[in-house]
Design a protein around this ligand. Structure first.
Ligand SMILES: Nc1ncnc2c1ncn2[C@@H]1O[C@H](COP(=O)(O)OP(=O)(O)O)[C@@H](O)[C@H]1O
Ligand SMILES: [Mg+2]
Length: 357
């Protein structure tokens, strides 16, 4: 059996739908591709003409070509090599199999399969694991931190009020601010661990609730001369946990204000009926926007681009909206602004109401 025949047999087993096959030979010191075929080639933005008859360095950036050349060399020396890579947004797994003739490598057959979906799933699982660890930590430790913190705060306040040396006051103020910050992190932490512990659904006028949130954030918006405008076509009421939905709106408005420059821009809040059984709350800002690379990390715990951020705000929102069986969707353009849409169902399914109420 010659190596050509071998290769044809091998090709029959390749999942063409999800990958591609390629072959290369060593000519002098260079690996030259002799064949490539499969659906994935187009997806990664290559075409056979770019590859066949060419070396790695002729169609890949130098660092990528160098990295692959090491694997090619190993395969040429007789090893079966597996490696993962990414190209044109596609993550793939490549397997290199040397083909021998009379004990000498005559070519290497590579098969590549698309593992983008698996990688995304793997990341989600990792994130869930991270969350459950955060949850356990929160349940165990946060509570323990809160009690001593409360007494520290109380005493620091007393000391601040009765201190006679004026020079000490700024230090005490910093202490109080920082303790407040710990308190905030601990509270968010605990909520993420057990969001449905104190959930209480009540029939609520959402227009009123949104107005209250906007009013609450007013002073912070005023500081940057930002106007928050509320627009709604109808009076809408539905059953929700008022405090939790307020928390969501406050977190989102806070992010919108933080993202907007001091220039009197508007932040728009709107409320509309999406269908007979759901409503949409939209918050849009003309702030800094979110780059594509940051976009996928927004709901990760502790992911923050701010010096004083906790990176728990959006995750808390997601937890609350999930509990309400709604959804949260973010659209953003770097430098142009961000729009956050929250869809809330009017009627949650009965089973979850039972659990939650
Ligand atoms: N409206 C927005 N505009 C731009 N970036 C945003 C916006 N909302 C959220 N982000 C980005 O998402 C990150 C995570 O937000 P969040 O979970 O609320 O944590 P934090 O506000 O503490 O940083 C922010 O640090 C920011 O980079
Ligand atoms: Mg935030």
């Amino acid at each position: 059996m010659n190596h050509q025949c071998n290769a044809v047999d091998y090709e029959q087993f390749i999942p063409r739908e999800t990958g591609f096959i390629f072959k290369f030979e060593k000519v002098g010191n260079t690996f030259i591709h002799t064949f490539i075929e499969g659906k994935l080639i187009e997806k990664v933005g290559l075409c056979p003409e770019f590859v066949v008859g060419k070396s790695l360095f002729e169609f890949l950036p130098p660092e990528q070509a160098q990295r692959k050349e090491i694997f090619y060399e190993k395969a040429w020396n007789g090893e079966h090599v597996n490696y993962e890579g990414s190209f044109g947004g596609i993550q793939y797994l490549a397997i290199l199999n040397p083909v021998y003739h009379n004990g000498v490598t005559v070519e290497v057959i590579g098969t590549t399969i698309d593992i983008t979906k698996e990688k995304v799933r793997e990341k989600q699982v990792q994130q869930m694991e991270k969350l459950s660890v955060v949850g356990e930590l929160a349940a165990g430790i946060a509570h323990e931190i809160r009690n001593p913190l409360t007494s520290m705060k109380g005493f620091a306040k007393i000391v601040k009020e009765s201190v006679t040396d004026e020079k000490l006051i700024p230090y005490l103020e910093i202490m109080l601010d920082e303790m407040e910050r710990i308190n905030q992190i601990v509270n968010e932490f605990m909520f993420i661990a057990k969001p449905n512990e104190n959930i209480r659904f009540q029939f609520t006028n959402i227009n009123k609730l949104l107005s209250e949130c906007i009013q609450f954030m007013g002073p912070q918006a005023n500081l940057k001369s930002i106007k928050v405008e509320f627009d709604s076509e109808a009076q809408i009421s539905l059953s929700c946990d008022r405090n939790q939905i307020k928390q969501v709106l406050i977190n989102i408005l806070q992010n919108a204000i933080e993202a907007t420059e001091d220039n009197g821009h508007f932040i728009g809040v709107s409320l509309e009926e999406a269908s007979a059984d759901s409503v949409i709350i939209t918050v849009s800002d003309k702030g800094c926007g979110i780059s594509e690379s940051r976009f996928n990390r927004l709901f990760e715990p502790f992911y923050s681009t701010k010096e004083k951020g906790t990176g728990l705000g959006l995750l808390t929102c997601k937890r609350i909206i999930d509990l309400h069986q709604g959804s949260i969707d973010i659209e953003s353009r770097l430098g142009e602004g961000t729009t956050i849409k929250i869809v809330l169902p009017r009627n949650r399914n009965a089973e979850s109401i039972l659990i939650a109420e």
